[in-house]
Design a protein around this ligand. Structure first.
Ligand code: DOR
Ligand code: ZN
Length: 406
């Protein structure tokens, strides 16, 4: 048995923790906080088709180093995960890569909905964590930009009791703005093209459909005050909606293109500091249910291209917990709220079983975030150089203790 002594728990008490891992050692836990093994409900691990950005060997390592023992992966792969056969192929690849990683990472998959695969949903309904809809185009070719198809998917989700996860940005607004600003080269136009109105318009439609069909909608990556207000109201009205945000909307803002150019290009885009402040409030008042990394790795070479070519997305699974624990140390959020945002709410929204995994993170020492501590294949972070605490040191998973010290 391993004993980790004097660990801080999320109710701010100190406790000794016994782990039945078959060994006998005593670890001083006085610098450590313990959480359940975290759930990241939104990652892009790029298998199949974009393995040069990430695969499940590097992805599993990055997940563990970030404190996660469960991830939900998105279907915008190459090809997209939109048929029964492709879902089976993807799971076989993932199982084999996780095995090679030697890390007991749990995963669930979202299944992509497009305008032609409605009949596939019935075949995969018991294998998936939910359906993913891209209402606005992003990385990959998944897109559902018409209300008729949305109705069809909501009707199927109702019949099969499935949750729908939504990338809620209005394609028509984005298209019109793209045309309007097509000659612009400054990255700040990314936030102008994919303006708050695009997100707001899509969120309104999602709430409407969720209400009509009484289907659970999980709205991904909230970034604006108006979306939050709509969701707060919908929740008060009893509409089954829940919502996520991501660390980039909490720690970066649209003034940062000046310094980082395409490195901070993602969809939805960075917003103003005023919007960011509101997202923090919504974390604390419970309107936002989860924090996901939206780990969307692209190589540095890909990200250093001009605005029109630079792909959207940032890696994040290794930085979410340190960022949030650094914010805890600054008094911006409590440990018990973080447990809800990084574990409990995702578990309950998606009906996962209670897990016995634990993560122990050091919340005393600070280290600058450097690229060499990262396990993601792309080896960069938009948060590089930030002085952070809260890096995980141990994970207990599958009755084994993994040391993560760098
Ligand atoms: O920035 C993003 N990157 N947003 C998305 O919707 C997709 C993601 C990716 O897969 O690269
Ligand atoms: Zn995403």
């Amino acid at each position: 048995m391993t004993k980790i002594l004097n660990v801080l728990n999320t109710t701010e008490e100190r406790q000794d923790i016994n782990l039945s891992d078959g060994s006998s050692q005593i670890i001083d836990g006085s610098k450590l906080v313990v959480f359940p093994g975290l759930i990241d409900p939104h990652v892009h691990f790029r298998v199949p088709g974009m393995e040069h950005k990430e695969d499940w060997i590097t992805g599993a390592k990055a997940a563990f180093h970030g404190g996660y023992t469960t991830v939900f992966d998105m279907p915008n792969t190459k090809p997209a995960t939109v048929t029964y056969a492709r879902l089976q192929d993807k799971m076989a690849l993932i199982d084999s890569q996780i095995k090679q990683s030697g890390l007991p990472l749990n995963y669930r998959l979202f299944f992509g909905a497009d305008k032609n695969n409605f009949q596939e949903i019935a075949k995969v309904k018991d294998q998936i964590v939910g359906i993913k809809i891209f209402m606005g185009a992003s990385t990959g070719d998944l897109l559902m930009d018409d209300e008729g198809s949305m109705h069809a998917v909501y009707a199927l989700a109702k019949a099969f009791n499935l949750t729908i996860a939504l990338h809620a940005e209005d394609e028509l607004i984005i298209k019109n703005n793209t045309e309007k600003y097509k000659n612009e080269t400054d990255f700040k136009y990314h936030s102008i093209i994919r303006c708050p109105e695009a997100a707001i318009s899509a969120v309104k439609l999602v709430i409407k459909l969720s209400k009509i069909y009484n289907v659970k909608s999980y709205i991904l990556h909230l970034s604006t005050k108006a979306e939050i207000d709509l969701i707060r109201q919908a929740k008060n009205d009893g509409v089954p909606v829940s919502a996520e945000t991501c660390p980039h909307y909490l720690f970066l803002d649209d003034s940062m293109y000046k310094k980082f150019d395409g490195l901070v290009k993602m969809n939805p885009p960075l917003r103003s500091l005023a919007e960011q402040e509101y997202v923090w409030q919504a974390l604390n008042d419970g309107t936002i249910d989860t924090i996901a990394s939206d780990h969307a790795p692209h190589t540095l070479t890909e990200k250093e291209q001009p605005l029109c070519k630079c792909p959207s997305g940032v890696p994040g699974i290794e930085t979410t917990l340190p960022l949030m624990l650094t914010a805890y140390k600054e008094g911006k959020i409590s440990l018990d709220k973080l447990e809800n945002l990084l574990y409990t709410n995702a578990r309950d929204l998606f009906n996962l079983p209670r897990s016995h995994d634990l993560v122990f993170a050091n919340i005393v020492d600070y280290h600058p975030l450097s690229h060499d501590r990262l396990c993601t294949k792309v080896k960069w972070s938009p948060f590089s150089g930030m002085h952070l605490t809260g890096y995980p040191e141990y994970i207990f998973a599958n009755n084994k203790l993994f040391s993560l010290k760098i």
